[in-house]
Design a protein around this ligand. Structure first.
Ligand code: FE2
Length: 298
């Protein structure tokens, strides 16, 4: 049986690497990830020390927070509850994941060296299936990542995930159509943002910085896809199960994805500005600018 079954769309590429750092065999695969593929490593487990196994329990997650996370550059732990000694050990585990993920990313994508910025590292000990959410926050619906309060202005979201489930439970995803096909599906129906709205949202703190027309389009794609029941049901899609011990890497602002189930995962986000990609023309920004026929970062 193949390691990563059921991906009839050929979105997932599987690699045999068994180490995170410089010694693994796979390197310089920028073209694969930038083409919108998910790079899966079925034999690249994030190893927990025996005392760290106690953290595989939702009780460490503050119910008011979305995730347990370490923020960078401060390195502070957020969203966790427990005694100081425990929290220090939990933080150390998450920081180790951040460091190993970074070593992996720089080996896979040496072109990004000096340009990859470490974003949040999150630990998700809660079950995906148990979360009740609004349709817009429902990540069991196919979507590309885009955030209302955090305009990216063309900066990419590269993510490293690792399933650390101790009970054999896979992380279950659906993946969907290529980004350009997805953008073309909704592009003609999306209007331009209202004049002054980007300025107003930045001035009042609704957004962290000015929302560009690129961000407007990405948010519209995110929302329209999630709100479109017909799209969710009938668009090209494939089921992918990431077994425990699997690590996978993708641009989550490009790969249509839905998290259908699973518990106990670590995730590292990296940011990189589109001009530093090996092929900037592959980025959602370039694809949307081609469709629009004009620059979208004003
Ligand atoms: Fe997502």
């Amino acid at each position: 049986m193949p390691d990563i079954p059921l991906d009839t769309l050929d979105v997932v590429r599987s690699y045999d690497d068994r180490s995170w750092g410089d010694h693994g065999p796979t390197r310089a695969v920028e073209a694969v990830v930038e083409a919108g593929k998910v790079l899966a490593f079925p034999h690249l487990a994030f190893a927990l020390a025996e005392p760290e196994r106690r953290f595989l329990d939702p009780r460490w997650a503050d119910v008011k927070a979305k995730n347990v996370s370490v923020r960078w550059p401060s390195g502070k732990l957020r969203g966790a509850v427990g005694a100081p000694d425990d929290l220090q050990a939990l933080r150390a585990m998450i920081v180790r994941f951040a460091e190993q993920s970074e070593a992996l990313a720089l080996r896979l994508f040496p072109h990004y060296r000096g340009h990859l910025r470490r974003g949040n590292t999150s630990f998700r000990p809660t079950d995906v299936a148990g979360r009740v959410r609004s349709w817009r926050q429902d990540d069991t619906r196919l979507h590309v990542d885009a955030f209302p309060s955090n305009p990216m202005r063309g900066t990419r979201l590269l993510r490293v995930f690792s399933n650390v489930n101790p009970n054999g439970e896979p992380r279950r995803w659906r993946v969907g159509e290529p980004f350009e096909a997805h953008a073309r599906r909704y592009f003609a129906a999306i209007g331009r943002p209202l004049p002054l709205s980007a300025w107003l949202m930045a001035a009042t703190g609704i957004t962290k910085r000015r929302r560009s027309e690129y961000d407007h389009l990405m948010l519209q794609l995110h929302d329209r896809a999630k709100a479109d029941a017909e799209f969710q049901r009938t668009s090209p899609q494939a089921r992918v199960d990431f077994a425990p011990g699997t690590t996978w890497v993708c641009y989550s602002d490009q790969v249509l994805h839905a998290a259908m189930g699973g518990q106990h995962m670590l995730e590292q986000t990296f940011q990189i500005d589109a001009p530093h990609l090996a092929d900037p023309a592959s980025a959602p920004l370039a694809i949307l600018e081609r469709l629009a026929g004009r620059p979208l970062l004003s």
